[in-house]
Write a protein that binds this ligand. Structure first.
Ligand SMILES: *Cc1c(COP(=O)(O)O)cnc(C)c1O
Length: 454
């Protein structure tokens, strides 16, 4: 076998032609979503006022292992995919570890993260259905930017509710989205009922993803020919993100490499779910014994300290109930610098796999995460997003363990995005102003108290 190059490239014709549906491999499926009014499983019809039809079909599909990528979506992907799969030789050297470290970098497109992988099919399906408008929320701004790129390309109007604290930290995100033709509104806003109510209840709040979701959904259901799109949490988003894992596996297979550990950061679970997809599918088929590690911020510890319960996806309680690890939809995370990981819940498939012991979870404080980001940037070149740096932190710690034990583990992690829009966070870290915040048990209890009785 030839030496693994610094970057493993794929040809266009080696790219995956279909998404992989992880749920089709699970003998025990995740629990169904429930209608909060009836506590009966949600039907496709229940969701049609909110989501576009093709995404709903995918959301309910737990049997097809592969779902074809439409040609126009594939053609868009070719503009920025395949994404680089890098052997982190320089990081290995820095850490003096016998471990092999690989990462899949999703930050090469203008939106700066993996979110574009799902924005493209979602906008395409909406266009196919004859819809003319889309609404969504954005936390750190990556999803909003991804949606603006896709909607600009396919020619559909879009409105993005951006979590207020993020819009203040990252004013340039707004400029990018507006360039692609999107209408950007800081949330909580005065443009919706739920936004006005939150502003009254929590004056001066920096907002949260849960709140911005409520606003975007409220507008979607009250506007003709308009639907809501979501950049994480739901299973159709994980499905689209499987392209990350599929490309990674094709690249690694070229050199006969099977990872021992696969690591990803988790906000709503989409990049992690997508990255692990082909590896977890084989694990479920009994073909490997890979360790899967989900990494979250200590300030928003959904898997490590949350409850496995039915909960709403948003603070306004307009979504169906999902069985997931959650801190309670009323949980208000402290404004840390990994905006994309500040979500109270977790995708239900990831939650189920975690509950059943297939996935481990760890959490880190943000200063530890920025330390890892800085080490990584200096030897590997890329300036990582703070979200992605959670995975870097965990990968470094795994590699350091190997230095102790002498194990030659192969570590694959997802580098989900670039840090170019997170310079306020880096500035604070560099000047020593960045603090850590870990919620107390009492604070978590106030979030759990908002869980619905099911
Ligand atoms: C949104 C985002 C995340 C977290 O979202 P998931 O759905 O959990 O993948 C992680 N990294 C970056 C760069 C993001 O933009």
């Amino acid at each position: 076998m030839s030496k693994v190059p610094y970057k493993i490239y794929l040809e266009e014709d080696e790219m995956p032609k279909a998404y992989q549906n992880l749920r089709a491999y699970m003998s025990e499926k995740p629990e169904p979503m429930l209608n909060p009014a009836t506590l009966k499983p949600v039907t496709k019809e229940d969701m049609q006022a909110v989501f576009c039809d093709a995404c709903i079909d995918q959301e309910f599909n737990v049997t097809d292992k592969f779902i074809e990528i439409p040609q126009p979506v594939f053609d868009f992907y070719k503009m920025y995919r395949p994404s680089p799969l890098v052997r982190a030789y320089n990081l290995e050297k820095l850490l003096d570890t016998p471990a092999e470290i690989y990462y899949k970098f999703e930050g090469t497109n203008t939106s700066g993260s993996h979110k574009l992988n799902s924005a493209v099919p979602q906008v395409y399906y909406a266009k196919q259905q004859g819809l003319t408008k889309l609404t969504t929320e954005t936390g750190a701004g990556q999803w909003g930017t991804a949606l603006s790129m896709a909607s600009g390309f396919f020619g559909i109007d879009s409105t993005v509710y951006m979590v207020k604290v993020s819009s203040q930290q990252k004013p340039h995100r707004k400029a990018v989205m507006e360039t692609y033709g999107t209408n950007v509104i800081p949330s909580p806003s005065e443009t919706t009922e739920v936004g006005r109510a939150i502003n009254e209840k929590y004056p001066g709040t920096g907002g949260s993803l849960g709140c911005a979701i409520s606003e975007a959904v409220e507008v979607a259901v009250n506007t003709p020919n308009c639907r809501y799109v979501l950049g994480s949490v739901l299973d159709h988003v994980l499905l689209h993100q499987s392209i990350i894992g599929l490309e990674s596996k094709i690249a690694l297979d070229k050199y006969g490499i099977t990872p021992d550990v696969v690591i990803g950061c988790v906000g709503g679970g989409s990049n992690f779910g997508g990255l692990i997809s082909p590896f977890m599918a084989e694990r479920l088929e009994g073909k490997n014994n890979i360790e899967f590690i989900a990494v979250e911020p200590a300030s928003c510890p959904t898997l490590t300290r949350g409850k496995y319960a039915y909960d709403f996806g948003d603070i306004g309680k307009v979504t169906p109930l999902m069985k997931m690890y959650t801190l309670g939809s009323g949980f208000m995370p402290s404004p840390n610098h990994a905006g994309g990981l500040r979500y109270h819940g977790m995708n239900s498939t990831i939650s189920k796999l975690y509950h059943d012991g297939y996935i481990k979870a760890v959490s880190y404080e943000q200063t530890k995460v920025f330390e890892a980001a800085k080490e990584f940037a200096r030897v590997e070149g890329y300036l990582p997003a703070p979200e992605s740096s959670h995975a870097i932190r965990a990968a470094i710690d795994e590699a350091l363990k190997c230095r102790e034990t002498g194990e030659k583990k192969k570590i694959l992690f997802g580098l989900t995005g670039t840090g170019y829009f997170d310079l306020a966070g880096y500035q604070k870290f560099n000047s020593g102003e960045l603090g850590d915040y870990i919620p107390t048990d009492e604070e978590l209890e106030t979030g759990f108290a908002t869980l619905p009785q099911v």
